[in-house]
Write a protein that binds this ligand. Structure first.
Ligand code: ATP
Ligand code: MG
Ligand code: ZN
Length: 491
């Protein structure tokens, strides 16, 4: 037996999620303030027919009308077995003509045979033809006192106003997922079936507030999954998109990973686009309530979804719509990214200001300045060594990590250099010009420093006289392009 029939409530207290309706009906039974005609409208599988039958039994019970029928008397037993002679169920979908209603009206003329009332339950009442409605009107307004009508419909808007104004109307709501969940968990415990919560939630979500649909899907899932109801089998059975995929795609959106977004779209593009968008909306609602996305982002995303929903109307292909939606969301994340960037810049600047400013200074310095600094630092370590260095070593160039100098030390300085080059001078060169700086010393030919200088100048003047482009370029390469070659004085 299918679950929906096996677990069809027999008593008011077993009806779930329709508390207000149950309360009003039980009160009216207990106070004996009954209407002639009732209309139960609302979602399919939310308890209309079930409630109508329980209400009919509650009227017919020997102790009735009572909200607490005895379940033992002949009336209760027959009602529970759906064979009470004075409870007449009619399906208006297949008996919609005026003749059908005329027959029904004939019935109302005979008193109940065993029960207190003659009760007509007319299901799908909106299916009746206009003539049938008109034929029903008079009886509905002034039925014999032993007659009760309970009409049910999923579509009350299709009923003529003349009917609506003659009935007491109860609107059956969608039932909350959490209420259905608790209900199904109880049933699964009785049925001794194991399940994963996610799988159950997915079933309930697909049933969209209908208890019957939830139970029907649960039946299928039990048959489908053999043993334990798990998410994978339910996903497969329902042909729905796995909610985990939606989480994944939003992770990709958050990290701006368009490649991953495309991969996921490739996986899901064959699903019904509307159901994908439903999932997206559910994700965004959760994110909003959980605070896992900033309000402004959720708002932007909802706007994007609304735009995309428009597109679907034009029959655009799914892949395009999905790509557009998720790429736009990725773009919509960007303002936050820019904020992050600004923050990271601020951090960098912070680090810069607190750092010893060696490197940036060096960068701005000319090689000549660096050479002067080297002299100063050597002097700081050892004044004699520094003076030797200053008087006998002349800076030539510093290019591509090669420091070229000309050195003409006297014997004493030569001695100093030998001893202190490695422990003092080399580390300072590393510090100022960079580790790995190569040193290219040009040997001094003359002992006399002054002579040497003169010679250099002569050499420069001859270069000038030569005026060969090539040589000038070479000079510029060494001394820098703004070197003023014309101003060199010949001695
Ligand atoms: N509120 C409810 N509480 C408990 N079970 C319910 C409820 N509503 C529906 N069901 C379950 O769903 C089955 C169908 O319910 P019912 O026939 O009352 O729905 P309905 O509202 O008349 O639907 P329809 O509009 O399709 O006729 C029931 O047998 C019962 O198992
Ligand atoms: Mg029904
Ligand atoms: Zn009874």
């Amino acid at each position: 037996m299918v679950l929906a029939l096996k677990y069809r409530p027999k008593r008011f207290e077993e009806i779930i999620g329709q508390d207000a309706i149950v309360k009003t009906l039980t009160n009216s039974l207990d106070k004996n303030r009954l209407a002639h005609a009732y209309l139960f409208s609302g979602l399919r599988g939310a308890g209309k027919t079930t409630t109508a039958r329980i209400f009919a039994k509650a009227l017919q019970c020997e102790n009735g009308p009572t909200s607490n029928p005895c379940e033992k008397c002949e009336n209760c037993v027959m009602a529970n077995e759906n064979r009470h002679i004075d409870i007449i169920e009619m399906d208006a979908a297949s008996n919609r003509k005026i003749e059908d209603i005329r027959e029904l009206i004939e019935h109302t003329k005979y008193k109940p045979s065993v029960g207190k009332y003659k009760i007509f339950i007319i299901d799908e009442v909106h299916m009746l033809t206009n003539e049938a409605f008109n034929a029903l009107l008079k009886t509905l307004e002034e039925p014999p006192e032993y007659v009760k009508f309970i009409m049910a419909t999923t579509d009350p808007l299709k009923l003529p106003a003349t009917i609506l104004s003659r009935v007491q109307h109860f609107r059956f709501n969608k039932i909350k997922n959490s209420i259905i969940e608790n209900y199904l968990i109880k049933i699964l415990a009785i049925e001794n079936v194991e399940f994963d919560e996610e799988a159950l939630r997915l079933i309930i979500k697909s049933a969209k507030g209908s208890v019957r649909d939830s139970l029907t899907l649960l039946d299928q899932a039990i048959a489908f999954s053999k043993g334990r109801i798990d998410l994978d089998s339910v996903v497969e059975m329902l042909g729905v998109i796995n909610p985990e995929i939606i989480n994944e795609i939003f992770e990709a959106v958050k990290s701006g990973d368009k490649k991953r977004i495309k991969e996921i779209i490739e996986e899901i593009k064959d699903y019904d686009i509307e159901s994908i968008i439903d999932e997206v909306i559910i994700y965004l609602k959760d994110a909003l309530f959980e605070g896992s996305l900033p309000l402004i982002t959720v708002q932007r995303f909802f706007n994007i979804v609304a735009d995309v929903k428009e597109l679907i109307k034009y029959n655009t292909d799914n892949e395009f719509v999905l790509t557009l939606m998720f790429f736009r969301m990725t773009e919509a994340m960007k303002p936050h990214k820019i904020d992050d960037l600004i923050k990271s810049f601020e951090k960098k600047i912070d680090i810069e200001t607190y750092k010893p400013q060696k490197e940036p200074k060096i960068l701005k310095k000319t090689p000549e300045d660096m050479f002067k600094e080297l002299i100063v630092k050597i002097k700081e370590k050892d004044i004699d060594l520094g003076v030797c260095f200053e008087t006998s070593v002349k800076f030539i160039s510093f290019e591509n990590g090669v420091l070229t100098w000309e050195s003409c030390p006297d014997e004493m300085c030569k001695e100093q250099f030998k001893r202190y080059f490695s422990p003092v001078i080399r580390p300072l060169i590393n510090e100022i010009f960079g580790i790995g700086t190569k040193i290219e010393p040009i040997r001094c030919e003359k002992k006399n420093e002054m002579l040497e200088v003169k010679k250099t100048e002569k050499r420069e003047s001859s270069i000038l006289q030569d005026k060969s482009e090539e040589v000038i370029n070479k000079v510029r390469e060494i001394f820098g392009s703004d070197v003023k070659i014309e101003k060199i004085v010949h001695k």
